[in-house]
Ligand binder design. Structure first.
Ligand code: TYD
Ligand code: MG
Length: 451
């Protein structure tokens, strides 16, 4: 049968019969590459199948095994599910290979057989890294190979419980004409890995490098095929790395794993709040807020700064926080609390490279803005929790108890909370003094930003 050729967008996987300079689906330029598509073949005869009543399906909790790395287990949703296919994405050099080799080493040390397939480095290089990481021998097998068929044969012989393929962009199927790393190859290799994970119950981690646009190369084609997508991020020059779930069929995507990269590999950070607040700059514009990342509350520093707008309309720029939300909070400050942002550029930053998307940080951001505008600091031992509505009212937040507990643990002296939560408080009050505020004006008065 004659195989079909098509031009495939390397960004989104869209197919066109003719070459185009710009992908009509995703709008990316110069991303269409000619690829051979596998022949369709004759449709097989349908198998007999019957739909099952929901009530009659036997319920089985997915079996999970620990990776022996607490932060990784947390982001996976409480351990690695048997037969799961997990994509680990991130910039080159961020530490993906280190994390996965370390995980396999720990799993192998607990007596389970593991296979690490490297398609980027030599066995000697991996060995060197393993020595650096101080991995004990265990049943950890290595393979340096780029051809999928060879990897599959070695895997059959080795029969690992957990396997790593590093990386999907450097492994190729011999049956496809397309270049290794192309969308067709990535899709083909991912399909093979999925069949292997589901068919044999092998848990598979596959590494994917991120393109400079910030998506995993061959992104959409891969993300929807796998069970779990984890991103490993952080400043390459700094020691801290964040592991975040972007998609997870077996757990929450709100969980955050925090690691420190040291000379002997990655170390989990038990108390990230302490870490994120460690370089805190007390002074106008700095406020401590809480964010609940999955099951764990985090204390974070919000920083705000204003500067004269030199031309055009004033800008609202933020790192780690939604800029639209900053614009809303500026408007509410102006209209409901008479704190005028005027013709100033506004900058908001969540220190430590963390992103927050929770409304519970609104009040803290608004107070940080007001603080920098009036040039007066907020007491350094105060934590601020609350959502702000357009009327300037402070609204209730979720999981207030956990947030207050974390503030108490870290030795803060008081916590600004929504008045409405205080009135509805269910049990005995915590030891940490709570100051209820009903609206933004009251919050500004309590923190002495306006008199
Ligand atoms: P690596 O895992 O190779 O990154 P990726 O697979 O994501 O491309 O990590 C590379 C960086 O990590 C490298 O710059 C050196 C650093 N590193 C340490 O600081 N300590 C260590 O123990 C190891 C193994 C690496
Ligand atoms: Mg690597």
């Amino acid at each position: 049968m004659k195989s079909k050729r098509a031009y495939v967008c390397q960004e989104c996987g869209h197919q066109e019969p003719k070459w185009l300079g710009r992908c009509p689906a995703c709008g990316a330029w110069s991303t269409l590459v000619e690829e051979t598509l596998a022949p369709a073949g004759a449709a097989p005869a349908p198998r007999e199948a019957h739909a099952t009543l929901l009530a009659e399906v036997a319920s089985a909790r997915e079996a999970r095994r620990s990776t022996n790395i607490a932060e990784l287990d947390r982001v996976l949703g409480g351990g690695l599910v048997v037969g799961a296919l997990v994509l680990v994405g991130g910039d080159p050099g961020i530490g993906k290979s280190t994390l996965l080799l370390q995980a396999l080493g720990r799993i192998a040390a607990s007596g389970r057989r593991c296979l690490y397939v490297t398609a980027e480095e030599s066995l000697a290089q991996v060995k060197l890294r393993a020595e650096r990481l101080g991995l004990s021998a265990g049943e950890l097998y290595l393979l340096a190979e780029t051809a999928w068929e060879t990897i599959d044969a070695a895997r059959r012989e080795c029969r690992p419980e957990v396997m790593v393929v590093d990386s999907v962009q450097t492994v190729g199927l011999g049956t496809l004409e397309s270049a290794v790393g192309s969308v067709a190859q990535i899709r083909g290799v991912t399909a093979q890995l999925m069949a292997l994970a589901k068919g044999e119950g092998t848990a598979v981690f596959v590494v994917g490098h991120v393109t400079k646009e910030g998506t995993i190369a061959g992104p959409k084609v891969m993300e929807h095929m796998v069970d779990t997508v984890l991103y490993f991020e952080g400043e390459r020059s700094g020691p801290y790395r964040l592991l975040r779930a972007h998609k997870n069929r077996f757990g929450s995507v709100a969980e955050l794993g925090v690691f420190e990269m040291r000379g002997d590999g990655l170390h989990g950070v038990d108390n990230p709040s302490e870490l994120f607040l460690s370089q805190r700059a007390d002074g106008p514009g700095s406020v401590v807020v809480t964010s609940v990342a999955g099951s764990r509350p985090l204390l974070l520093e919000v920083q705000a700064l204003t500067a004269p707008c030199l031309y055009g309309s004033p800008r609202r720029i933020s790192v780690g926080f939604d800029p639209q939300r900053v614009a809303v909070l500026c408007a509410v400050l102006d209209r409901r609390a008479s704190v005028d942002v005027g013709n100033l550029d506004v900058y908001v930053n969540i220190a430590g490279g963390v992103r927050v998307s929770e409304p519970a940080t609104d009040l803290g951001v608004a107070l940080a803005l007001a603080s920098t505008l009036v040039g007066r600091p907020i007491a350094a031992d105060t934590v601020v929790v609350g959502e702000i509505g357009l009327a300037g009212e402070v609204r209730a937040v979720a999981q207030l108890g956990a947030r207050i507990q974390e503030a108490e643990t870290l030795g803060f002296a008081r916590c600004l909370v929504p008045q409405i939560d205080l009135e509805r408080w269910p049990g005995p009050r915590p030891a940490l003094p709570l100051v209820g505020v009903a609206d933004l004006r009251q919050a500004l008065a309590v923190t002495r930003l306006v008199s």
